[in-house]
Design a binder for this molecule. Structure first.
Ligand code: ADP
Length: 491
């Protein structure tokens, strides 16, 4: 779609011509049921809700609102599949199914990418180059572990837990589904997964792929709905494990609900990552890394680099370059390959971001936004930075989940460490410096699950991911990710 706004993002009409990805090769049904026991079925109460394209505010489809009875049906199907097929299957056979899912995802990558951008608002470049390939990579990676579990835990036996209840957010809808389903299946568990209410479509597409791959019925069940559906999964007595990614508030609620039960759990919650730039860093590269860390993907990333700590002697230079770069960012149609910042996921999220902009200003922060034009329809937000903020400012302490960067300065490395660690979160961070010794010093001192050096937001299925403090409990990804789905015993 040609958005004149995109053309005008560069001065004087010298911008890129629109380059939209076509939508004629995708197939979205008008209505989706629940994927239970290998079939799409109607919800018991017959209720459906709309899923909306945040870039156009138009309905993309209607999806079922699963009640407690539906969740119960899905858990029963998962239990039965665990008992009769998946839990007993030869591990190498499980691996074969998973490879098959990974290959079909790759074959249908274009369709997945377009639907991801339509449903969630993220730029097609991100969904095409990051989300979808990484989702397939998770299935490939964990498929390889299926018949090697005895080597993953030397001297111990690894047995599956049973039924895993998995609840995921809207920022990486397909990737989070793959991230959660793949290790669970590799270890012999069956699954009931709930995508976020604003981004259910790629998980439902994944259900189609799972059916096409011939996975035995009930091994993966996908139920759609909002918080109440999630709560029904958490509360279900026959679920052995809860894997949750989302807000710290809901994470706390889940912890309370399952306290005193035998359920295992992993929680991946919020973040307020600091990117730390030292004076000796390659400044242009660092500025690009900061832009990638907070503006691409609309800041809708729990490990987004939403804070910048810059050494005082280069602060003016960095901020000037950042402002310059912000002017060239294109905000607009997520399906356009030129777009850097797509749509904010929902009107509620946009309101939340806007309220933080007000809070930041009221607290005395100096706000600067790119002067780019944004489409009139849809939920969009200009890239924004705050300077002159203090450590106690809410825009420094709280997760905004939008393209908003809070900038502070530091003089000494220990000051940077204290500031970086001074939030309730500890999910990720970034260091930019020319000196390896500084990288080691800083990474040792940072209370964050992942620290990137001279890069940011790089993911790989072999690498564990998870947080300190209020950012969560447990690790996902890599060998550590297997641990969360097995009972270990003596050989
Ligand atoms: P976000 O702020 O990222 O939307 P949420 O924690 O609200 O984070 O949502 C993440 C996921 O948790 C979504 O799938 C949502 O439907 C689900 N969810 C919301 N409330 C609850 C709850 N009380 N119990 C279980 N899941 C919930």
């Amino acid at each position: 779609m040609a958005t004149p706004e995109n053309k005008l993002a560069f001065d004087g009409g010298w911008g890129y011509d629109p380059a939209p990805e076509s939508t004629d090769h995708i197939n979205i049904k008008n209505r989706y049921g629940l994927f239970i026991n290998g079939d799409f079925v109607k919800p018991e109460k017959g209720k459906y809700f709309d899923t909306v394209n945040p870039a156009t505010e138009e309905r993309t489809s209607r999806v079922a609102d699963a009640s407690q009875a539906d969740v119960d049906k899905a858990v029963k199907a998962a239990r039965e599949a665990y008992r009769t097929t998946w839990g007993r299957m030869k591990p190498a056979e499980r691996g074969k199914y998973m490879y098959r899912i990974a290959r079909i995802m790759q074959e249908r990558a274009r369709e997945f990418s377009v639907i991801e951008s339509l449903d969630g608002g993220k730029p097609i470049r991100e969904s095409r180059d990051v989300d979808v390939p990484l989702a397939a990579a998770h299935f490939f990676y964990y498929a390889g572990w299926a018949d090697k579990l005895e080597y993953a835990f030397p001297g111990r036996t690894a047995r599956p837990l049973g039924v895993a209840g998995q609840i995921i957010p809207w920022n990486f809808p397909l990737l989070m589904a793959a991230w959660k389903i793949a290790p669970a299946l590799a270890c012999g568990n069956t699954v009931v997964l709930k995508p976020a209410e604003t981004t259910p479509l790629t998980a439902l597409k994944l259900a189609e792929v799972i059916a096409d791959a011939g996975l035995p019925p009930g091994v993966v069940n996908i139920v759609t709905g909002a918080g109440a559906t999630g709560a029904a999964i958490v509360e279900h007595p026959d679920v052995d494990k809860i894997a949750f990614t989302g807000s710290t508030n809901v994470g706390r609620l889940i912890q309370k609900t399952i306290a005193g039960t035998n359920k295992k759990y992993t929680l991946e919650l919020g973040g307020k990552a600091a990117n730390i730039i030292f004076a000796d860093a390659a400044i242009d590269q660092a500025v690009e890394g900061i832009v990638n860390g907070i503006f691409f993907n609309q800041g809708h990333v729990c490990c987004a680099g939403s804070r910048l700590l810059v050494q005082e002697s280069v602060a003016d230079e960095v901020i000037a370059k950042l402002k310059d770069r912000m002017e060239t960012l294109i905000v607009g149609n997520p399906l356009d390959k030129n777009t850097d910042i797509g749509a904010i996921n929902s009107s509620m999220q946009l309101e939340k971001i806007q309220s933080y902009l007000k809070i930041g200003k009221a607290e005395g922060g100096e706000m600067h936004q790119s002067s780019c034009r944004v489409p009139r329809k849809g939920y969009f937000c200009r890239p924004t930075i705050f300077t002159g903020v203090s450590q106690s400012s809410r825009v420094v302490q709280e997760e905004i989940f939008g393209p908003v960067l809070a900038i502070q300065t530091f003089r000494r490395y220990d000051e940077a460490l204290v500031k970086a660690n001074n939030t309730p979160y500890g999910l990720s961070g970034g260091i930019w410096t020319d000196k390896g010794s500084k990288i080691f010093k800083m990474t040792q001192g940072m209370r964050a699950g992942v620290v990137w050096a001279n890069t940011f937001n790089k993911f790989d299925p072999t690498s564990p991911f998870g947080g300190y403090k209020e950012s969560g409990v447990g690790r996902e990804g890599g060998l550590h990710g297997l641990d969360a789905y097995v009972k270990l015993g003596a050989k």
